[in-house]
Design a binder for this molecule. Structure first.
Ligand code: 8YV
Length: 308
């Protein structure tokens, strides 16, 4: 008999088919719907931002593995998982390039006003009214918050734009060759563009606060491809409204899919619906890792990419 798993967030049809072939897959709607099958569920597949709600984890006595289709672990209680002996896997490496590409895309859109230009052409304004100039990207000073795999991939791409790179992280990474700032506000003051690539969770909550945004300044650009929780969203909206921050490119938000109403009408803000890893190629590679991690666990073999 096939073992049972819970699919909390939908995946590509090919990936879901592979799961259906190997398991009895229960698609999550709410905890109450789990009641009848909870005792049979031994595995979970879920998204990085979605994770596993605590009441769902608590409702599954036989749970042995959580395979996250992403690199973020902030929506899964890793301590509780450790206590219960539940293994947790993520999908590192395979999404790095896409997320870094998204960061560069948001930088280009925010600085060069690509969204504004697109809307201007579509509105038939070309030839009828002027459009404001954008700001150059090449040569601008780039600050990166979080020099992990994604941060380093962003730094590598910035080299193509002759951007000097500096960063803030928990500790200095001398082999990176980039300038380290132990103080995030100092990094912001030094940077024209600040990209958030730090992982979410309690330790990074609201790291980018009013002080950091003020240090980035009225010509500064904030880009976030990590987690909305790393940026104080109220402070961000206030800074953009007051003009103490120049522009923003945002793929993630504090309470997704909610986006603060005030951002919707700002021409100096570029908005994306949390889709930095959302390409066919990458989602296939991520899904494949989810499938292989689950198969390894159910087959009693070593996990490919465990975090717990
Ligand atoms: C995905 C993410 O959008 O990697 C993560 O943690 O948040 C994103 O790559 C998500 O995991 C898919 O739902």
């Amino acid at each position: 008999m096939k073992p049972a798993i819970l699919l909390i967030e939908p995946m590509l049809p090919q990936i879901e088919k592979a799961l259906d072939d190997a398991y009895v897959v229960h698609r999550f709607t709410d905890v109450a719907s789990l009641a009848d099958v909870a005792g049979s569920i031994r595995g979970i597949a879920t998204g990085g931002a979605t994770g596993v709600p605590p009441d769902v984890m608590a409702a599954l006595p036989e749970l042995g593995i959580i395979a996250i289709n992403g690199i973020g672990t902030d929506a899964v209680d890793l301590n509780r998982a450790r206590e219960r002996g539940i293994r947790v896997t993520t999908t590192p490496g395979v999404l790095t390039a896409d997320v870094a590409d998204m960061a560069l895309g948001l930088i280009l859109m925010a600085c060069r006003g690509l969204g504004t230009g697109d809307r201007y052409v579509r509105a038939g304004s070309w030839g009828r009214e002027p459009i404001a100039l954008g700001h150059a990207v090449t040569g601008k000073r780039l600050g990166i918050l979080g020099l992990g795999q994604v941060g380093r991939a962003i730094a590598a791409r910035a080299g193509g734009f002759d951007m000097p790179v500096a960063y803030h992280d928990i500790r200095e990474i001398p082999e990176s060759g980039h300038t380290y700032f132990a103080d995030l506000a100092e990094l912001a003051r030094h940077s024209d563009i600040l990209v958030v690539a730090a992982s979410g969770g309690a330790q990074s909550r609201n790291l980018v606060d009013r002080t950091v945004l003020e240090a980035l300044g009225p010509r500064g650009v904030l880009v976030n491809v990590a987690r909305g929780s790393v940026v104080d969203e109220d402070a961000l909206v206030a800074a953009l409204q007051a003009g103490t921050l120049g522009a923003a490119g945002l793929d993630v938000f504090q309470h997704e899919p909610h986006v603060p109403e005030a951002l919707m009408t700002m021409d100096n803000v570029v908005l994306q619906p949390h889709r930095a890893s959302a390409t066919v190629e990458t989602r296939l590679a991520m899904g494949d890792l989810v499938v292989r991690n689950l198969a390894a666990w159910f087959g009693g073999k070593a996990l490919l990419t465990p975090v717990v």
